[in-house]
Design a protein around this ligand. Structure first.
Ligand SMILES: [Zn+2]
Length: 188
């Protein structure tokens, strides 16, 4: 998890700074969400794409209704796209189109084509939902990956999972971006 490069345009800088500072969201009542999450977990174990879509939609619709935003259009795709740049590889777990409000989640890993682990899949779902919320409610049209963005995702994810949130320890780079220091974060 790494933050986006700092934008140059003044209005985008201002948006980036606001997103950085917003560390948490109001949290929805968790009972129904936790029930749907358990159903999603089973659907992933069963590798049942129809059920994965149905339970993902239940989660996303419940979240959307709570935050009083339009429900995103949701698609479940098969094998994650893989980009290879020399030694460096990048898989797309999910994405969100800021123009069309279409949210896509991939259910299989790029190489071994195994069904995603539940935690990974749910985290991606929450991540993409937070992009949606940024655009349609929080007035963050560029929906930058800032430290605030990742903090909001982590808080909502742990709330749904019913797991204690970990305090994220950030490592700063000279260009003003940050990455999660996983070793220090996990030690806490
Ligand atoms: Zn993202």
């Amino acid at each position: 998890m790494k933050t986006d490069k700092l934008p140059k345009a003044r209005s985008e800088m201002e948006e980036y700074a606001r997103s950085e500072k917003l560390l948490s969201l109001p949290l929805p009542p968790p009972e129904q969400l936790r029930e749907y999450a358990i159903e999603l977990k089973q659907a992933l174990v069963d590798e049942d794409r129809t059920e994965i879509l149905a339970t993902s939609k239940l989660l996303l619709n419940t979240l959307s209704d709570y935050f009083a935003v339009p429900r995103p259009k949701t698609k479940i795709l098969s094998v994650r796209p893989l980009e290879v740049h020399g030694e460096w590889e990048f898989q797309t777990f999910g994405d969100y189109d800021t123009e069309t409000a279409v949210l896509r989640l991939w259910m299989k890993t790029a190489k071994q084509k195994k069904t995603s682990a539940y935690g990974t899949f749910l985290n991606t779902l929450v991540h993409e939902f937070c992009h949606h919320l940024d655009v349609v409610q929080l007035e963050f049209p560029n929906t930058f990956h800032t430290r605030g963005f990742y903090e909001r995702v982590a808080e909502l994810y742990h709330h749904i999972q019913d797991t204690p949130p970990k305090k994220i320890v950030w490592q700063r780079f000279s260009d003003g971006t940050y990455a999660v220091d996983w070793a220090k974060t996990m030690r806490r």
